[in-house]
Ligand binder design. Sequence first.
Ligand SMILES: *Cc1c(COP(=O)(O)O)cnc(C)c1O
Length: 499
Amino acid sequence: MGEISPAQLDGIPAYGLPKPASPARDIEGEVEGQWIDLMRILRGLKTVTTPDLDEPIIKKSTEQDIADVRHLSTPDIPRPISNVIQEAYSIFNHRSRTNHKGFFSFTPANVTPLTWLGDVLVSAFNAHCSGSLTAAGPCAVETELVKWFASRIHFPSTAGGLFVSGGSIANMMAMTAARDQKLEWQNYPKGVIYIARQAHYSHFKAARILGFHAQQIRTVDSDTFGRLNTNHLEQLIQADKQNGLIAFLIMATFGYTETGLIDPLATISEIAQREGLWLHVDGAYGASLSLSLTRSGLARQLSTADSVSWDAHKLLFQTYGCGMLLVRDKSHLVSSFHAQSSFMDHTSRVKEDEPELWDMGVELTRPSRAMSLWFALRVLGTERIGQLIDHGMDLVELIQLKLETMREWEVITPASLGIITFRYHPELRKRQEKTLEKLNEDISRILLDTNTAAVMTVKVNDVLALRICCTNVRLTEEDVLELVKSMDEVARRLNMCMN
Ligand SMILES: *Cc1c(COP(=O)(O)O)cnc(C)c1O
């Protein structure tokens, strides 16, 4: 029996490559000499950001497609970069084109080459954005940018926060801070959280991760539009208090994912203050309204929150993984997220008014997400950012005006933050709910099957509606009027064929 090499033991076949004197130079050599090609690759990626109209808006992949992809998943022999780029194209082919002009579901990605150039900078510099020791520059920008966003929602000067991967994490961190400010540890089992029925599922998920039992969650009824019903909220809080429980957190929403609608924040914050609850406002989708040129007044209501989550990868043109948590008093984040350790001494490191980022969140090693956003914002300037945000909202208001002139269409929830829900409701089918559901589901399906548009259905208070989220800055007024026309044609044809 021959000797077994460690490589064989690990199940990695040995190819007999010579051992490089400098592995780094060996790896750089893969890229060096190919910069001309790489420029071509980058230019190619520009078209990836702006999909052709005939590309599949929502790619339907077969089992065989995915089997082929799996085949490319692991390293084996070395390959030239250009081949591997080709492989990447064939892998990423199996994705929804969320920045296609016909993509109106979820929140369309509004990514332009400007956005990912910011990512290229962030990756190339690869600053260790845990704190000022390793990334004084990017951390200073992050802190200032967060203060700037906080000032846009009229938070006081005590406010602060940090960049995180998105709204789900921001919501969970806010819930953690609320728990730590409002509950003594012995009372955790008595704490109660109020979440609206239509709230984003990350609220329920966060509560579970943080160890709150389902019985500690109150699902607050919706009003007729699907927003949080404040009467029911008050009743629930009173009942819980009478039962000796500790009502400590209201999770409100500024911009529901389904409808774009905004909770009645004035009333909710009045209840929160009177009853001593923490008010978190999930602005993952909607908080960017505060940067709008014409509608920012509405976002003033955010100023009454204790914490706000805000995704830059929704309305602020960022690639995925860029969100923020803002808190009214940044020391609350430090209370929840610092920890003592031999190599990071909280007490000696934290400056009174400028905590290190590693003491304000979950992550230690983190990319400078703020710098990616900074890049786009700095290039565009404040006014143009506002215009871009308004663009989609203007378009969806135009869609509403158009639908309102068409007798067979019914607006379910009005244009709000670039979202509208509506349905086809012809005279012939008055209140035949099952038929109407089928009709509207079919409209959605046919628009998708013909690659005309991804307009999905949602349930708004038990009504099945079509939903348009219209935030793509490439869309024009003609585009959206054309969309309404296509929907109407499809709807009429379906209605005629139905018996
Ligand atoms: C998108 C969204 C979230 C979740 O944010 P992620 O960035 O996807 O984690 C939470 N709440 C609302 C209202 C959202 O629109």
